[in-house]
Write a protein that binds this ligand. Structure first.
Ligand SMILES: [Zn+2]
Length: 161
């Protein structure tokens, strides 16, 4: 398995997984490799910038809080979930949110700035979380910055014990 850093003609960068270099070339020739952002099939290997260690540069963006009360309201309209399953999902979500909170630094409204500084190597790589607008998040992704949106329950935002 080969992981390649790719770039479309609009300059979006993304990662592609291929069986081999040859496999990549043949898929590009048949226009099977497309940019996940704009669908462009004029994809080539990214030549600039050294390979980034994305595993260390995860920068979760945290969207506005979704309180458990809101979550319940949302699920009321849809098909009723088995309460056990719902509870298991809630536990898994809380667990994941706690992991993120424990392993990231809260940079609040400076999220977009910090994510860029980390991405461009101006500061040491670390996990950060904070607030960003959908527009900012899109711009960050277009610059090749890895981020995920994750609603964090309000009660978990208090300092960890
Ligand atoms: Zn693109």
């Amino acid at each position: 398995m080969k992981v390649l850093d790719l770039q479309c003609s609009a300059g979006h960068t993304f990662e592609g997984w291929f069986g081999s270099e040859q496999n990549f070339v043949s898929q590009v020739q048949r226009a099977l490799v497309q940019c996940p952002l704009c669908g462009d099939a004029a994809v080539q290997k990214k030549l600039s910038a050294p390979r980034l260690n994305l595993s260390g540069a995860k920068a979760p963006a945290v969207s506005p809080p979704l309180s458990p009360a809101n979550a319940d309201a949302v699920s009321e309209g849809g098909p009723a979930l088995n309460p056990e399953l719902q509870n298991a999902l809630h536990q898994a979500w809380v667990h994941m949110a706690k992991q993120v909170l424990a392993n990231t630094e809260d940079v609040g409204d400076r999220f977009a700035d910090e994510a860029r500084r980390i991405h461009y190597g101006e500061v040491a790589e670390r996990g950060i979380r904070g607030k960003t607008t959908p527009t900012e998040a899109r711009e960050l992704m277009e610059e090749g910055i890895d981020l995920v949106a994750l609603p964090i329950p309000e009660h978990l935002k208090k300092p960890l014990q």
